[in-house]
Design a protein around this ligand. Structure first.
Ligand code: SF4
Length: 188
């Protein structure tokens, strides 16, 4: 099958949405795919999956789509693999529907977590709200714990620290912390 040339991320997003299966996850999945294909964000090769799992995800959620131009020049940093395992387990413990797609989505989110920018930027989403929606939809019980709208990377790593009994915060309450803006402020 020949690959399909799309001119920009918006074009790519609308093409994918026209070929979706019809499940809620596909809006954000199409956004992340379109960004990744056009070099936006920090997601590595195959969105952080391996090729067979990427192909399954793509074909399942966009069954009538033609093959897109897939970038393959972004390897995962091997130094980050250990923390990725822990983040993955955290997400998998909270899958909303226990679906196979949520397993793969957990790996995509983890791959975004090891990028250098805000999670929404590294995933190629439009804003923090996009991550919040993705989390509420697919990892609801974990999303509910972030009831003060903490920045998502901060929140996820804080969960890991607390699970290990590691408390790096210098004060007992976020409300009185001088780092408050760093953990909760706007992500622009
Ligand atoms: S605001 Fe302060 S206390 Fe709260 S998570 Fe951030 S560093 Fe820790």
């Amino acid at each position: 099958m020949s690959s399909l040339a799309l001119t920009n991320p918006q074009h790519c997003y609308h093409y994918l949405m026209a070929h979706r299966r019809g499940l809620p996850i596909e809006d954000k999945l199409a956004t992340m795919l379109a960004s990744w294909i056009f070099g936006i964000g920090a997601l590595p090769n195959w969105l952080g999956l391996d090729k067979p799992r990427f192909q399954w995800l793509f074909k399942y959620h966009f069954p009538t789509s033609r093959l897109l131009q897939i970038p393959t020049n972004r390897p995962i940093d091997p130094d980050r693999l250990a923390e990725m395992v822990d983040l993955r387990e955290l997400l998998l413990d909270h899958r909303s529907l226990r679906s196979d797609s949520e397993i793969l989505l957990a790996d995509i989110i983890v791959a975004g977590c090891v990028g250098q920018n805000h999670l929404w930027q590294d995933l190629g989403l439009c804003n923090r709200q996009g991550v919040s929606e993705l989390m509420r939809q697919n990892f609801r019980t974990l999303a509910e714990k972030n009831d003060k709208d903490m920045k998502w990377k901060k929140f996820l790593y804080k969960q890991l620290c607390e699970a290990e009994g590691v408390y790096t915060c210098r004060v007992p309450s976020c409300d009185v912390c001088s780092d408050y803006a760093n953990c909760y402020g706007a992500e622009t």
